[in-house]
Design a protein around this ligand. Structure first.
Ligand SMILES: Nc1ncnc2c1ncn2[C@@H]1O[C@H](COP(=O)(O)OP(=O)(O)OP(=O)(O)O)[C@@H](O)[C@H]1O
Ligand SMILES: [Mg+2]
Length: 159
């Protein structure tokens, strides 16, 4: 039986809409990422936007933690890249923030392995990707060896 959209629940439906590019988003800001100072700037910019959008402290903390990890991955594993932040139209019935992290670094050979808690190629804790996936309502990763990596996270208000 094919599940009807309603079966996903509200959050599931939003995830599906994001996956299919069905949510109208506008680009709010972009932060080039190549230094540890850029990580701090990326955190500050996302925090400010989430305060402006009136997200609760818990949601802000979850997203900003993921922003730290994903920008740090760009610096550590790819050298440089970019974070781009989008939001749903102001006044939209669905207040949503989406952050995209892209780099043209070495890419990830085995995404399944990279998402496993404790897996690291840099002798670190290996918790950045798995933690971000757990923290965010929406998490998407794609990577091509030799070409780069793209991670998307999103958070929205639960009614
Ligand atoms: N942007 C990226 N480009 C290339 N490889 C990456 C990228 N992000 C993650 N990886 C690979 O995925 C692995 C897991 O990433 P994750 O962030 O979970 O752990 P880590 O960065 O090694 O350690 P931690 O984040 O806990 O300090 C990394 O060790 C690395 O091999
Ligand atoms: Mg990491």
């Amino acid at each position: 039986m094919i599940p009807v959209a309603e079966d996903f629940g509200r959050d599931g439906r939003i995830r599906e809409d994001l996956r299919l590019g069905r949510i109208c988003l506008s680009r709010r800001l972009a932060v080039p990422v190549s230094t540890f100072e850029d990580i701090i700037l990326a955190r500050q910019r996302v925090k400010r936007l989430m305060v402006e959008m009136d997200f609760c402290t818990l949601a802000r903390t979850r997203v900003i933690t993921a922003v730290s990890e994903l920008t740090r991955n760009i610096v550590v594993h790819a050298g440089s890249g970019e974070m781009t932040v989008f939001q749903s139209a102001p006044g939209s019935r669905l207040p949503l923030i989406l952050c995209e992290f892209t780099d043209q670094g070495p890419g990830i050979a085995d995404i399944f392995l990279a998402l496993r808690a404790g897996y690291s190629t840099s002798d670190s804790m290996g918790l950045g990707l798995s933690g971000s996936r757990k923290l965010c309502k929406y998490f998407h990763i794609e990577s091509t060896l030799g070409k780069g990596t793209r991670v998307i996270i999103a958070e929205w208000k639960t009614s």
